[in-house]
Write a protein that binds this ligand. Structure first.
Ligand code: XUL
Length: 540
């Protein structure tokens, strides 16, 4: 019987499991729990809850635990030989923090397989909800920490990123400032990834360098907790954080709860979990310079593999640890799929109709331009949501459909310039990457070919690849990343979307116009209306 590997992905809206069969090079099984639909008792919308105002966005760690158990129960009812799963790893939405009291680890150690995880772990939390990456309520804390670290440049040099509202450090500081008693009662603070890894491991699991870099607490060069950052964030924080580990480390074996309840082998190895973006990097097979991936999910992200540390001193991008042990660059946009869906739903469209309109509208959108801040935006930083439309209004279907898609890719092109290289190819992933028409706009705006994959769940796939790699390294059957990736991703068969050269000039001009509009709105720049009219005259 061939070796199986399990990858899990706890994303914003769902929890996915995916099993790969190394013998046949196939994905054997895929299942998903959607939080809103499958766990309606939590009343989440798109997997999250809005607390006092729309800047405060949390979710429930207990819901993720319930989803995990449901997922394993479903897996058990299939014919999959779970006993042959050699290793498990996982992926978590990044930055979200889980606050646990001193009962957590003892609860984990005495889990009884005849009872649910929920009932046995529900008293383990010092804070019932977890702030997630969509939260943008910590601007003050970001400023305080950045100042204590000596300003923008030294913060970026130390941590690989500026301080960001959604990053774990500023979130922890806010909790400490607003609820000091509960902070005191917190024994351990986990990320979503290390939290779920702990449940599977049966003791506190470490945080890997990929997800750790998204906390504003890890030194990006030494990959250790940075004492200055810890002190700038909250008292006694070192004692509350798990240790850091390399992303490919084997952190133990699956706890007996899972072994006995669901039929795993007691030798099933557990590999450190990481963030969804580092996992996606491997899940699309990106371990080469010059290529980038764009993930179109709840967040849209622009990812690149970095052999050496290369920082963005403008402070918009991030550098995280990559699963290979090297680095990766990342730019994250909050107005991703939820913004696309907002337009689709406002006009009562389905995705086919959305695509048809996109296809029937000319590149350049007849000079209609949108700044799409349906939600607070990360890049460029926009804290108060507002959608700006130039040359059209909110009732114009064509204007809005093409407007949102062009805006998203123009913004990505503009704000990824710090990486310094024009990509030679873009790997597209995430739910919306199944839409060829959206990818055609991407190819045209970047003037780069775009590769479309059959599988869009790259984070879970990446976690499964990582389990295989670490397992074979351990058992001296060493396999290179290329060998693993090529076994499952048939690059020959994936669809390539070529850019249409006809639009190079148009999109170069539109990018300048887009930048002028961003400057006009966000930096009090000059009104580019005349330039827009000239753009229309030139192209339409
Ligand atoms: C990355 C980020 C998001 C989350 C959720 O910095 O905030 O991409 O990881 O997917």
């Amino acid at each position: 019987m061939s070796d199986l590997f399990l990858g899990l992905d706890c994303s914003t809206q769902s929890l996915t499991s995916l099993i790969i069969d190394f013998g046949s090079g196939r994905v054997l099984y895929r299942e998903r729990i959607n939080y809103d639909e499958d766990l309606p008792q939590y009343n989440t919308r798109n997997g999250v809850i809005i607390l006092d105002n729309e800047k405060i966005i949390h979710s429930y760690p207990l819901m993720w635990i319930e989803a995990l158990e449901l997922l394993f129960e479903k897996m058990k009812t299939t014919k999959i030989p779970i006993h042959n799963v050699k290793a498990v790893s996982g992926s978590g939405q990044q930055h979200g923090t889980v606050y646990l009291n001193n009962k957590f680890e003892s609860n984990l150690k005495k889990l009884n397989r005849h009872k649910s995880l929920f009932s046995q772990l529900k008293n383990s939390f010092s804070r019932p909800t977890s702030p997630v990456w969509m939260d943008s309520s910590t601007t003050n804390q970001c400023e305080e920490i950045r100042e204590k670290l000596g300003g923008l440049v030294s913060t970026i040099e130390l941590l690989g990123s500026n301080t960001f509202e959604r990053f774990s450090g500023p979130q922890i500081r806010k909790f400490f400032q607003e609820e000091p008693e509960l902070y005191k009662q917190t024994s351990t603070i986990h990320l979503v990834s290390s939290f779920l890894a702990s449940i599977l491991l049966g003791i506190n699991a470490p945080i890997d360098h990929g997800d750790g870099a998204g906390m504003n607490l890890m030194n990006i060069k030494t990959k250790q907790w940075d004492i200055r950052a810890l002190e700038a964030t909250a008292p006694n924080l070192r004692d509350k954080l798990p240790s850091l580990t390399k992303p490919y480390n084997i952190i133990g074996t699956l706890s007996s709860y899972f072994v006995r309840k669901f039929g795993f082998s007691p030798d099933t190895r557990l590999i450190a979990w990481s963030g969804d973006n580092p996992n996606s990097l491997i899940g699309v097979g990106l371990i080469e310079k010059g290529k980038v991936a764009i993930s179109l999910g709840t967040s849209d992200t622009y990812l690149g593999y970095l052999q050496d540390l290369h920082l963005d001193f403008k402070g918009e991008g991030h550098v995280f640890g990559a699963p290979t042990g090297d680095y990766m660059s990342l730019i994250c946009y909050k107005n991703g799929s939820l913004a696309r869906e907002r337009i689709k739903n406002n006009f009562n469209l389905n995705w086919e109709e959305f695509s048809e309109i996109l296809n029937n509208t000319p590149p350049g959108n007849n000079g209609k331009l949108m700044l799409p801040y349906f939600f607070p935006e990360i890049v460029p930083q926009v804290l108060e949501p507002h959608v700006y439309r130039f040359g059209f209004n909110e009732n114009d279907i064509e204007g809005n459909v093409r407007g949102i898609i062009e805006a998203q890719f123009l913004s990505m092109k503009l704000h990824s310039k710090w990486i310094g290289e024009k990509p030679t190819e873009i790997y597209a992933t995430g739910g919306a990457s199944a839409n060829k028409d959206i990818l055609q706009v991407m190819a045209n705006i970047f003037n780069t070919k775009v590769r479309m994959f059959e599988l869009t769940n790259s984070a879970a796939l990446g976690a499964a690849f990582r389990s295989a790699k670490s397992y074979y390294d351990l058992t001296n059957k060493i396999k290179s990343w290329d060998e693993i990736i090529n076994k499952f991703i048939d690059f020959q068969k994936s669809v390539i979307i070529e850019p249409n050269e006809k639009y190079i000039g148009l999109y170069d001009d539109m990018l300048k116009l887009y930048k002028n509009y961003e400057d006009f709105i966000l930096k009090n720049g000059e009104d580019p209306e005349l330039a827009r009219l000239e753009f229309i005259k030139k192209y339409f």
